[in-house]
Design a protein around this ligand. Sequence first.
Ligand code: AMP
Length: 249
Amino acid sequence: MKVLVAVKRVVDYNVKVRVKADNSGVDLANVKMSMNPFCEIAVEEAVRLKEKGLASEVIAVSVGPTAAQEQLRTALALGADRAILVECGEDLSSLAIAKALKAVVDKEQPQLVILGKQAIDSDNNQTGQMLAALTGYAQGTFASKVELAGDTANVTREIDGGLQTVALKLPAIVTTDLRLNEPRYATLPNIMKAKKKPLEVLTPADLGVSTASTYSTVKVEAPAARNAGVKVASVAELVDKLKNEAKVI
Ligand code: AMP
């Protein structure tokens, strides 16, 4: 069984992002970029399925700039067998990404596609759902457990106030939540081995898809700066301020 894993290159979660002076977007100059954390969980899950003998091949795919090869090499170091980069500009809409991924699904015919539940840069939380709609595959989003049994994937989903288990008929799409697994670190020997694993570079034109966006970004603004706090001398003063200044009690 082939497993396809979608991997996005994003600003590293430790970076304090800055908005560009012209408000056109986030400043990416000299910023550390990494694999989206939810995609790391997706890679880990696929590699575990391979280690259990349930998956025969794990293919990592990214849609993005040439530099996204770095994140694909990381996926290869974590245990993916080969990688595909659909090379195009940085700022694509989720629908354009889902269409490119759909073309890769058509080409590779995986039984399972694992994506992160959301990318931490744009927080869209929609690529997996769009891919499911485009392919017509069953979807199990926000997965905290995935169990394969024959031609079914039993997926436990994290929903408001509890857990829901759905049985998906393969081929299916799963998106990962935080508690699905704890991703491993890539070891140095595996990082070296990953350099020799196959990485195919395709263009959207090779796949016959258009990545034209259906929207444009009007403005990006940083959140308003927080006002400095004040120290109060007593509980009575605190209560007075909450009542008369903040007017919250
Ligand atoms: P989003 O819908 O943008 O929050 O992203 C959810 C998930 O879709 C990510 O965790 C990835 O698995 C996948 N994804 C989003 N953008 C890309 C991309 N450019 N290339 C590959 N996978 C992506």
